[in-house]
Design a protein around this ligand. Structure first.
Ligand SMILES: Cc1cc2nc3c(=O)[nH]c(=O)nc-3n(C[C@H](O)[C@H](O)[C@H](O)COP(=O)(O)OP(=O)(O)OC[C@H]3O[C@@H](n4cnc5c(N)ncnc54)[C@H](O)[C@@H]3O)c2cc1C
Length: 469
């Protein structure tokens, strides 16, 4: 069977085979991976996805499922003989159950659209990341995406009650249950979340909704030193854990980048500090004033010598401008030259020790390198990015990627951390899987992969190297 049978099934508008129209499906946001393919399939219903998968299984054609194509580890980019199955046209909100606090969606729904629909129904869907205007919920679940509210609501897999999946043999598994309690054997949905499309194509999901916050309070504070961030986080958790919505670490160098490169970028504080924290509280309770809760927290922190200075946003616009500073950090680094990025996690209590040790190690390895460690303190998740030394040759700097990765990931391993906290494995971290995962863990994963996808047609070479499966 040739690709023509797939084109016949999908009909006009259901596929792209003209190379000049395929470009958006062949590269990814960081420009590290560029691919090629013979066909981008654009099915608009679950039955057609199952049909395409069956044909591919029959003809041994490998498939790359693709959502919003914002993934950062190369799992979404096809390599020649693989076809892309894009979920973009499978994008209906199937049901909102206000009383049950659930929403049932097609996998191709854009995350921001889901947030908006929840908001319209006076509910909250809390998954939030900078790519939310483009990424799809199917991609979010397949990568078990994190973002800024994991601290309070968990990562993507924690926000799901049920799933619908097209399996590698083309069968449709209907696991779209709305149950909050269901102890009937293995919880199969969790196999597919974080599987990055290697075990099947997620086509639908029942998502958990939450009460919509009626009040938010946002602060940006200058820390006494890096050790203070842990004490401040503990203080916030102990006193206000039930309303603590986000707690982010920001280094001075990131504020410098934002104020230098963004025309309207400004430092929220008058004096400079080496480290900052962004704190957000939120509650559905509209009695009392959340800002005064945050003021009390910061007053205690000042008394304890943890915080040197701070500002609490007095308007939504001011809060948005503080958040923008945090959200621009990833993009703005590009203006400073080449960067080598690490998405790591360590137990929360060793974050300051990890940052100090890792900064020292990379500065020894590459004199003049500029570390930019920032991220989700409450999840132990630090984006440990390295920017090339000022004036250095970008290519020469980037050639050190693998040796620097080993330095950082070895330190992470020594703290019993993870070399991929939220972006996944894709193709870019397959070697790290071999280096840091135990043979037993790799063997269990390979056994699952072989039993569901014996011909290895679903996203081959992602997560597990070909000869590990
Ligand atoms: C500016 C920016 C900020 C980001 N911030 C964060 C962040 O804070 N936290 C975070 O976790 N990630 C972040 N990311 C990474 C990325 O947005 C997430 O990984 C996102 O979940 C990917 O969704 P997507 O729809 O774009 O998936 P894609 O990129 O299309 O695919 C990602 C992987 O999932 C598979 N896949 C996609 N859809 C399906 C499906 N329906 N069924 C089965 N497999 C599928 C693909 O094959 C691929 O392996 C960021 C990316 C950018 C560009």
């Amino acid at each position: 069977m040739s690709l023509d049978a797939i084109k016949d099934l999908l009909g006009p508008g259901g596929f792209i085979d003209d190379p000049k129209d395929m470009a958006p499906y062949l590269s990814e946001p960081r420009g590290r991976w560029t691919g090629s393919t013979r066909l981008v399939a654009l099915p608009d219903n679950v039955g057609d996805i199952a049909g395409v998968v069956k044909m591919c299984q029959h003809s041994n054609i490998p498939i790359v499922p693709q959502g919003g194509n914002t993934g950062l580890v190369g799992g979404n980019t096809p390599t020649g003989n693989e076809i892309v199955v894009s979920l973009s046209r499978l994008n209906r909100i199937r049901d909102i159950d206000s009383a049950g606090f659930t929403m049932t969606v097609d996998a191709g729904c854009i995350l921001a659209d889901i947030q908006e629909k929840a908001n319209d129904a006076n509910r909250l869907f809390p998954l939030s990341l900078a790519a939310e205007g483009s990424c799809q919920i199917g991609g979010n679940l397949s990568t078990n995406a994190g973002g800024v509210h994991v601290l309070r609501y968990g990562s993507a897999r924690d926000l799901v009650l049920g799933l619908e999946v097209v399996l590698p043999n083309g069968e449709i598994w209907d696991g779209l249950r709305k149950l909050r309690k269901d102890n009937t054997g293995y919880d199969l949905k969790h196999l597919f979340m974080g599987a990055e499309g290697t075990l099947g194509i997620i086509t639908g999901a029942v998502l958990k909704l939450f009460p919509k916050p009626r009040q938010k309070a946002v602060a940006f504070v200058g820390l006494h030193d890096i050790d203070s961030v842990l004490d401040l986080f503990t203080l916030a958790q102990e006193n206000h854990g039930e309303v603590l919505n986000a707690f982010e670490l920001i280094p001075r160098i990131a504020v410098d980048f934002v104020t230098t490169h963004l025309p309207d970028g400004s430092d929220p504080l008058a004096e400079q500090h080496t480290w900052y924290a962004l704190i957000e509280l939120a509650t559905a309770d509209d009695s009392g004033v959340l800002i005064s809760v945050l003021e009390n927290l910061l007053a205690k922190a000042v008394d304890l010598g943890l915080v040197s200075d701070g500002v609490i946003a007095q308007s939504e616009a001011q809060a948005a401008s503080i958040w923008r500073l945090r959200e621009e950090i990833s993009e703005i680094q590009k203006r400073e030259g080449g960067s080598i990025k690490h998405d790591i996690s360590v137990p929360v209590q060793v974050i300051p020790a990890f940052i100090k040790q890792a900064c020292h190690a990379v500065e020894q390895a590459i004199p003049g390198v500029r570390p930019v460690p920032f991220g989700h303190i409450g999840d132990g998740n630090i984006h440990f990015n390295l920017i090339q030394p000022v004036g250095a040759d970008t290519q020469q700097f980037l050639e050190q990627r693998e040796s620097v990765n080993d330095i950082i990931h070895d330190i992470v391993a020594s703290y019993e951390g993870s070399f991929s906290a939220e972006h996944g494995i894709g193709r870019s971290k397959v070697d790290e899987m071999r280096r840091y995962k135990s043979p037993l863990e790799l063997d269990m994963m390979a056994t699952i992969k072989r039993s569901l996808d014996p011909n290895n047609i679903m996203n081959p070479g992602r997560i597990l190297a070909g000869d590990d499966r």
